[in-house]
Design a protein around this ligand. Sequence first.
Ligand code: UTP
Length: 226
Amino acid sequence: MDSVVISIGGSVLVPNENDADYLKTLAGLLSRISSIHKLYIVTGGGRIARYYITSGRVLGASEKNLDEFGIEVTRLNARLLSTALGDLANPKPALNIDEATELGKNHQIVVMGGTEPGHTTDAVSAMLADKIGAARLVNATSVDGVYDSDPKKNKDAKRFKRVSHEELVALTSEIKGMAGPTVIFDPKGSEIIKNAKIPLYVCHGRDLGALENAVLGKDFDGTIVD
Ligand code: UTP
């Protein structure tokens, strides 16, 4: 049975728009797919992580402490998703890649958030995909694919159907140079999947049809990076 890692942005899980309804439907979808693929899900922090990071920064917390705030929130989001998944998933998020790998022996779905300061959950999902030899990594995010510039800022941004790992690395490091949190995939994560030659499927996480097809490796509305 192939394994698939899914990185779900916090901006998708908890944007404050019917979040419980969405989580319930998402959990139903993941439960069905888990009879076909072993699933490893890494949850992001979203607006709640940003709230703690912004407030903590004003209060004088160190960057390491701010990252730790973010990690706590990603793990809280993982628990919320685990709750919706019930017995199929581990109730408490795996704390690191090794623990997630271990949990995969007894659970059809493994859920985790962040691990340690210095990167985002995209990088965690890339490390996990590399460790378990995933067939693919799906990035369920708040845009519907990889664009040549940020589509939330530039209405003329062009979406790619398919790009190479090298192009993704170039795109993410360019955006990183411009600063700001909206990077389609963490530059560190991009480098890891390039070296490990793991295909990345990028889709909108609230488009459950696209997400299902991406996880199943079928034609989907989004971008393939390989
Ligand atoms: P996210 O993975 O949600 O970061 O982790 P993000 O990409 O900035 O957020 P989205 O995708 O737009 O929702 C939130 C924060 O938690 C810390 C980082 O500070 C990160 O920005 N974090 C997370 C870590 O330090 N280590 C981790 O392994 C994960």
